[in-house]
Each structure stands twice: as C-alpha cells, then as structure tokens.
Design a protein around this ligand. Sequence first.
Ligand SMILES: Cc1ncc(C[n+]2csc(CCOP(=O)(O)OP(=O)(O)O)c2C)c(N)n1
Ligand SMILES: [Mg+2]
Length: 550
Amino acid sequence: MQKKTGAQIVVDTLRAEGVKYVFGVPGGQTLSINDYIYECKDIDFIATRHEGGAACAADAWGRLTGNPGVCLSTTGPGATNLITGIGGALRDSSPVIVLTCNNRRKDVGRGDAQEADHIALFQSLVKWSGYANDVRTLPELLRQAFRIALSGRPGPVHLDLARDVLEDESMEFEALPPHVYRVADRRPGDEELVRRAFEQLKASKRPVFWIGNGVKISKAGKAIMELAEKMHIPMVTTFNAIGAVPNGHELVFGPRSRSGSRLTTSILEDSDCVLVLGSSLSGPTTSRWALKLKKLIQIDIEQINIGRQYPVEIGIVGDIGKVVEQLLNLYSKSSPSAQTEAWVNELKQRREAWKKEVFRPEYASDSPVRPIYLMQELSNLLSDNSILAVDAGNPGVWSHLLDLKPNQAYLKPVNFGNMGFSLPAGIACKLAEPDREVVVLIGDGSLGMSLGELETAVRTKSNIIIVLMNDNAYGNIKQEQLHFFGPRYNGVDFVDVNYAAIMDNFGGKGERIDRSEDFGPAFLRAKTSSVPYLLDIRIEGKDNVWKQPF
Ligand SMILES: Cc1ncc(C[n+]2csc(CCOP(=O)(O)OP(=O)(O)O)c2C)c(N)n1
Ligand SMILES: [Mg+2]
C-alpha cells in the first residue's frame, strides 16, 4: 500500500465514490486538496464566486443525481458562507458532503487567522458533523460521512479537516469500494400494515395520493402512476415533488403548498383517505398545519416522520418504491374497485372551472408580462427532458402553475427558502447532464444574491437559459408587506437594472423583454445558444401572490 497525504485520502475517497466535481472557493487551508485534484484526471474543482454558490451547486447535484454533491471551503468566512446553502440541502433531503478546512491543530482555538468553530456553526443544519483531528481517523470519518448522507432520509453531512492533518504524509491508504461500507436502505413495509392500507384505500370513496419528495428520492414515480391508474385515484404533489409525476396527466391535479392552488387544497381537504408518500408534512407544505386532513395513511423511510405533524390511521415505515410495489401486488390479486369514478369526475370538473379562472387569455397581450402567462408559455417551450432550477420568492410561488412532463426535473429550495439557489444549481445540473436543457427561473432579488455565478456559468461553458422575472423588487416580500401592513412598504424596491447587459459583459448573451409576445421567440433563440443566455423579463409586480389569485 502507498503512503498518502490526508488530502489524497480525502480526494481518493471521493473518487472511489464516483464524485466528479468539488464545488468551492479555495483558501490557504484547502490547497493540499486543490493541488491533488490538479493531478487527478477524473475529478475537477469548480470555483464558484461565493461559497454560497458552491453549497447550492452541491445541493442541486444531490437532488438531481441522488449521489452526494461535494462542496469545499476554507476556514472561518469560507465556512460561514457555505452554511445558508447547506440549510437548503438539509430541509429538502439532499445528500451533500461539506468539507471545511481548518487551521493547524496546534493553532485551533488560540486566535489564528479566520478562526471559527465550524462544528458548532454547522451542527444545526447538517445530519452529522465530524472533526478530523488525526490522519488515522480520516478514512473512517469519510466513509461515515457518505454512509450518513445516503442513509434513510438523505441530507448533508459536514467534515472539518485540520490543515496539518490534510498535509500529513504518514498514512498508508487505499480507498475501499463503497458497497463494503454502505448499503442501500430499500426496505419494504410491514405486510399486514400494507394490506390494511390497501383495504382502506379500496373502501374509500374519495381517496388521494399526496406525493412527496420521497417519491423522487426512491424513483417511485412510474410505479405510483401505475397504481393510481389501476385504482383510479387522483394525485396531488408537494412542491418538492413537482415533476415526480407528470402534471399534464389526467389524474395529476398539481402541487399543494402554502402557495399551492385552491384546487389542490380543496382536493386534499375533501378527501376521505389521504395516502401521504414520502412527505414530512412540513410547515410550507401544509400552510403551517392549517390544512385540514382526514384519515391519513403515511409511508416514510423515517419512522420519526410518521404521525409527527398529523395523526395517522396507518403508518408504514419503508422505501416508497418498495411499498408501492407491495400495493401493486395486492391490487393484482384483488378485484378492481370502481368506487372512485364519481370523485374523479367531480375533480376533473373542478379543474376545468379552476383553469378557466386562473389562465386568462387576455394575459397573452399584457406588458409588463403577467407571471401566470409566463408559466403557461414556459410549459409549452420547455424541452421534453428539461431540468428546471427554480428560486425562492415569487418565481418559486408561480412555478406551481407549470405543466411538467414525465422526463422533466424540478429543483427548488422549498423548506429553507434560501434565495440565490437556482443559478449555481443550474450550473451544477448542466455539469451533471450536459445534453439536457437547463432552465433557471429566478427573481432579480435572488439574482442579485448570486450575480457572480454568471461568470461561473460562462467559465464552465454551462449554456443554461436564465429566465429572470424582473419586477425591480423583493417582490414577494413587498406584496406581503402591502397585503398585511399596506398601503405602506419599505426596504423592497430596487432601481431598474439591465441584467441583459450585465450578462453580455460577463461573456454570455442577454435580452430584455417588455412584451408578452416577445418571450417565446427569445426563448427559442436561447435554446440554440452555446453560451449562458439571460432573458431579462419585465414582470407585472401587482399580481399579488398573498391574495392567492390561483
Ligand atoms: C437569503 C434570504 N433572504 C431573505 C429571504 C426573504 N425573502 C423571501 S422572498 C424574497 C424576495 C425575493 O425577491 P426576488 O428574487 O426578486 O423575487 P420576487 O419575489 O421579486 O419575484 C425575500 C427577500 C429569503 N427567503 N432568503
Ligand atoms: Mg423581484
């Protein structure tokens, strides 16, 4: 066995895990890692312009691929800059390996440059935080990090690495293949409970499947569609599960959240049996638990999520995909039930009435552009396998009106709501899937928080399409202020900025769009661009999401 430095042990473990990119901002403490990555052909370091971008890129990688994204920072300010993005990964169950590099062990805690207690800083926003204070513990700590990030409900883990541990050359090391230290956790549900759940579903007249992020994580979308079609049961998703099942399908009625539609809220509240699949039923999902739900069956990989927010009739611990397979098996052995016909027909009528109210044809000729029209147009223009990275604020709220197709993907920081997610996320998605169209849907406030990453997009040759909803404001908060404190407001308006010109100056291509009819042709131009393309769209900020026009 060869002697390796601590930094080589870190990077070789990442390589054995199939990690292709480390996102981060270098600093003196990280350089032994950077230097070894320079030598390795199969792994690259992607410098972002702020560690927040690195954290969101790693989060997006985890969400899209299911494999951990990796981000790296130097000590103190480098580490604190990562934290916000890591909160997004924790709250939306994305596997991420966070590596912070610290000062030399002899100097930790005595007032060295950029000093901070990284473990204390990260602890509340990661699944686990470890400190490598000796090179001999490093291999096991790294394996533990991957094991924890990927077990049960995935999430971020943090490792703090002392600089002299990384530079220590005394260890013999060879990376182990991952399957010997971590196993896939794909357990089925208890058979008796699954049988009871099936009977209850069959006996219900108004059942609904409420599809959560766990469905995406266990890749169970297709199986659930099959079960829903066979049992003729309507589906609603959470925001995180947008894209898990195609919105255009006749049994899929769209997402439900604090800002979800009246339609989906009414479906869940009128249901006599809600099967919750892989959702923690968080505050944003349930309007801070004001949503009224009857007769819940909850399936989750994490026992502690079941019955936590709402009382359940039946709780099943297990992998969603496995439990749905069990339900499909039971279905194939039983006589079909047709009790839901009236319920589904009624919901289809509700949907038609709701669509007529929400999607107004007159929006097509408005300027500034109406958000609802933009969502409609965007749904028509996306490629069949587009990846959509969506930001917090109103772009995220309006995005529930998109009609996503089966092979499209949707990523949004739902539960942490960290602004500045979508641009670095889009870059990571393009690196992960270079042949797929990647569209970033972002507000001017969020773009301001991540503006430097326009350069990262250009440098990494990420020809993403950035759809900027520019209302010259922190619009979502302005609307909240107007709605609850109005007519007064403060701290929410910006001057008019030409972001298209900024994109041009970064080396991409930008266009300003004032009129609705100009959006479609501009988007088609963006599709054929070999550089990042930013559509700076003047948005009507008066369509107030807090008045729930949908
Ligand atoms: C990091 C962070 N800071 C503050 C907030 C509070 N916040 C939520 S939405 C929003 C405004 C978003 O503005 P913009 O990106 O322009 O989107 P808009 O709502 O205007 O369409 C703010 C400030 C937040 N979610 N995240
Ligand atoms: Mg705005």
